[in-house]
Design a protein around this ligand. Structure first.
Ligand code: BGC
Length: 759
């Protein structure tokens, strides 16, 4: 409990009224609003601006600070001129920072601690793109809840996740961090993550505030080059980019982060239309918007403003509430308000939003409630967390090819070669945004295989080649090994002497992530040559891919009998992969992104427009390439199982429905193989004529169905106006009457088809 303060007096005077369980921040609690107003009324302008100021940690608050900078920062904390910190971790550290504020500042407003918990805090789950391949929203929610539980036990209040940027470009390194190319799937996965992180009550000790990022357009960086300019029209902006953010807001996400990019000439951070008009205006968002790292200051580099004062003015007016490590608000905002260049009401609005999140988290009740060292020890990396991580990991694996049913392998197979630069890599599966996941702590594929096979199975391991050279660091690009093939002979020997080869290729963890865009998405370095050499002596190749972006795997896939996409699966990667390789789990994942035939197809996505010239392969004057087919190598939604599924034709409860009504579409799905399996049944629509042209297919629903051999289940989908709505030429979200095609099937290409009418 915090000590005597002005605030204690206020709260005592008002009386303690337990806060209503918060469904995020969507419903305002009058008692809480009253308290926020009371606090706000007592704050000086400098204290208010302080709440809008966020620093990164990395300086000691205990002991005698040596450098001036640290001293100055500590003074800010003591004076209540900092509202939040990022990258301060651990129950002990967070407590020490909090004490500095609670014991010294006049208003004693608790600090908010934020951190990038993107796919786990200490127990690491699959990278978000990989986890989305499970299409299992309950599982995704549980994964986020696990991350929240560990983070909250380590003193954190807030994560900068989920990233819900629709991204269609394999060249963009951050595609790994999102949920892929489809707005609907990105939205659904995003909402599941928000629910998992925030739970039903932000004040619960095991939940933290989520942050929908990056608002907006960041995933559409031109040419897939990170931070690059974004140019999209109104339809793309709303229907593709903003749709997941709209859903995140409806789900009650506590915060948003704006983005580094400019959008049609206006940096998002200074974009009033996006933040003030749409998000806070039309959508009624109640939480606060944090800038991206120094993105307020970067508006100067963008050439959008001349100096700190102009940057602060634009950002505050546009609706950016908190300045992450930009030092712009602290430098300029107070004087801008005093000189009437920024209305104090804007500052009050921002502070009210920030306080609302702090109140909802219960920090005014107990600012130390998350900083509990005992709980931290018990919760981090607990056995049950690892078991959950393994379950999530195996459900995120996508089987792309299985010629002659080479998989699953028998556990008592005579010999097995495990080859490749990633075969015994215990670090890459942890991924790039690894939070407090320890380096080299994942179960490697080799270890997973070793643990799974019988005693009599001989394992022949050979790395073959390194993927990178020199030291890997977070900030430097990975130096790829393009010359050293000295390990090839050993790998060829291992392959020669084995019944089957598990070939583990792909990307190093530090090849994807922020700032890691690439012009080539083939297997890099000497990996293709290694595969060629191994394939020369053994035909039974099972290619296990580890990567954070869609790759051009045409050649390696054609050379392999099986292809297993495993992304970066986290702490339990090797065990989860072995579960699939040896049939303890029948793979059920489906691609959340299209895999290209060549990088020149990028940005590649299934939900394109038909164009005026869709297809005529005998002619050059149609929308295609003259040197390659235009479709994906492995399409969106694709993934095989060890069993097979048959779909009936679609039956509709009626051929049409009126606005306000609905119809039901059903298919019967049968497991026609010999193994129990899970199928992701996908529903797509095509609005045939609309006020803005619509994609050839759009995912609008899906359902997971578990089937025993020979079993049939009827899968039903309700179709109503919401299924059909889009941002129309009238600039409203609505369903337009007319003819619709309806597709239900196993991926975005292989579907049954029918049609119906909306009257
Ligand atoms: C990233 C954000 C992240 C922030 C804080 C930025 O570089 O774009 O997504 O949350 O850093 O680490």
């Amino acid at each position: 409990m915090f000590k005597n303060s002005v605030l204690t007096t206020i709260i005592c005077a008002i009386g303690w009224i337990p806060l209503l369980a918060q469904q995020g921040l969507n419903k305002l609690d009058p008692a809480m609003e009253h308290k926020i107003d009371s606090v706000l009324n007592m704050m000086t302008l400098r204290e208010k601006v302080g709440q809008m100021n966020q620093y990164s940690g990395g300086f000691e608050v205990t002991g005698t600070p040596s450098d001036l900078d640290t001293k100055a920062k500590i003074e800010k904390l003591k004076n209540g001129e900092l509202g939040s910190m990022l990258n301060v971790l651990g129950a002990k550290n967070t407590r020490e920072y909090q004490e500095l504020v609670m014991n010294n500042s006049r208003m004693k407003i608790p600090l908010l601690f934020g951190y990038d918990v993107i796919h786990g805090y200490r127990t690491i789950t699959p990278v978000p793109l990989g986890e989305t391949a499970s299409w299992d929203l309950k599982l995704i929610e549980e994964s986020a809840a696990l991350a929240a539980k560990e983070s909250a036990a380590a003193g954190l209040h807030w994560t900068f996740a989920p990233m819900i940027d629709v991204s269609r470009d394999a060249r963009w390194g951050r595609i790994m961090e999102g949920a892929g190319e489809d707005p609907y799937l990105v939205a659904m996965a995003g909402v599941a993550r928000i629910k998992g992180l925030q739970g039903d009550d932000l004040a619960d000790e095991a939940t933290i505030a989520a942050c929908a990022k990056h608002f907006a357009g960041y995933g559409f960086a031109e040419a897939g080059r990170d931070y690059n300019t974004v140019n999209v029209g109104d339809s793309e902006l709303h229907n593709a980019i903003l749709y997941p953010f709209k859903k995140a807001n409806e789900a009650g996400v506590a915060t948003f982060m704006n983005s580094f990019n400019e959008l049609d000439g206006i940096p998002s951070t200074g974009n009033e239309y996006l933040q003030r008009k749409i998000l806070k205006g039309k959508w009624g968002f109640k939480g606060f918007i944090v800038s991206d790292w120094a993105s307020i200051a970067e508006m100067i580099t963008h050439g959008f403003v001349a100096n700190s004062d102009e940057a602060a003015q634009k950002a505050a007016i546009a609706g950016s509430d908190m300045d992450m490590e930009g030092h712009i608000y602290e430098a300029s905002l107070e004087k801008l308000v005093k000189s009437k260049k920024v209305d104090e009401g804007i500052v009050d609005d921002a502070v009210r939003r920030i306080l609302r999140v702090k109140f909802a988290l219960g920090l005014f009740d107990n600012p130390y409630k998350y900083s509990d060292e005992k709980r931290e020890k018990q919760v981090l990396l607990a056995d049950e967390n690892l078991a959950k991580a393994r379950e999530i990991a195996r459900k995120s694996i996508v089987l792309l090819k299985n010629e002659g049913s080479i998989l699953p392998l028998k556990k008592d197979i005579g010999s097995i070669a495990v080859i490749g630069p990633l075969a015994d890599d215990k670090d890459s599966p942890i991924g790039n945004w690894r939070a407090q996941g320890e380096s080299n702590s994942a179960v490697s594929v080799l270890e997973g295989v070793q643990a799974a096979v019988s005693k009599k199975t001989k394992i022949n391991h050979a790395k073959g080649a390194d993927l990178g050279m020199g030291v890997r660091t977070f900030l430097k690009p990975l130096q790829i090994n393009t010359t050293d093939t000295s390990g090839f002979d050993k790998a060829v020997d291992a392959a020669k002497n084995s019944d089957v080869v598990v070939m583990v290729l792909g990307e190093d963890a530090f090849q994807t992530g922020e700032g890691r865009s690439q012009t080539d998405v083939k297997l890099r370095g000497v990996q293709q040559e290694l595969l060629d050499a191994v394939a020369g002596v053994n035909d039974n190749i099972v290619l296990v891919l580890m990567n954070g972006r869609p790759l051009d795997i045409v050649k390696p896939s054609n050379m392999s009998r099986a292809v297993v996409e495993t992304w970066f699966l986290g702490s339990e990667a090797g065990n989860a992969i072995a579960d699939v390789l040896f049939g303890d789990y029948n793979p059920s994942g489906k691609l959340p992104v299209s895999f290209p035939r060549a990088v020149g197809q990028e940005p590649l996505y299934y939900n394109q427009k038909t164009t005026g010239r869709p297809s005529n392969p005998s002619d050059v004057t149609y929308s295609a390439y003259t040197d390659l087919q235009r479709d994906a190598f492995y399409p969106f939604g694709f993934g095989l199982s060890y069993t097979t599924f048959a779909y009936s034709e679609i039956s509709l409860s009626a051929p049409s429905f009126n606005k306000g009504g609905n119809i039901t579409a059903s298919v019967e799905v049968t497991n026609t193989g010999n193994t129990t399996g899970r199928e992701v049944v996908q529903l797509y629509i095509h609005d045939q004529v609309a006020s803005r042209t619509r994609p050839v297919r759009e995912l609008r629903d899906f359902s997971l169905v578990d089937l025993k051999p020979g079993e049939t289940k009827t899968v039903q989908f309700e179709i109503d106006e919401e299924t059909l709505e889009f941002y129309t030429a009238n600039k409203t979200w609505e369903a337009e009457p007319g003819e619709f095609k309806l597709f239900i099937g196993t991926n975005s290409v292989d579907t049954r088809e029918t049609s119906f009418t909306l009257n």
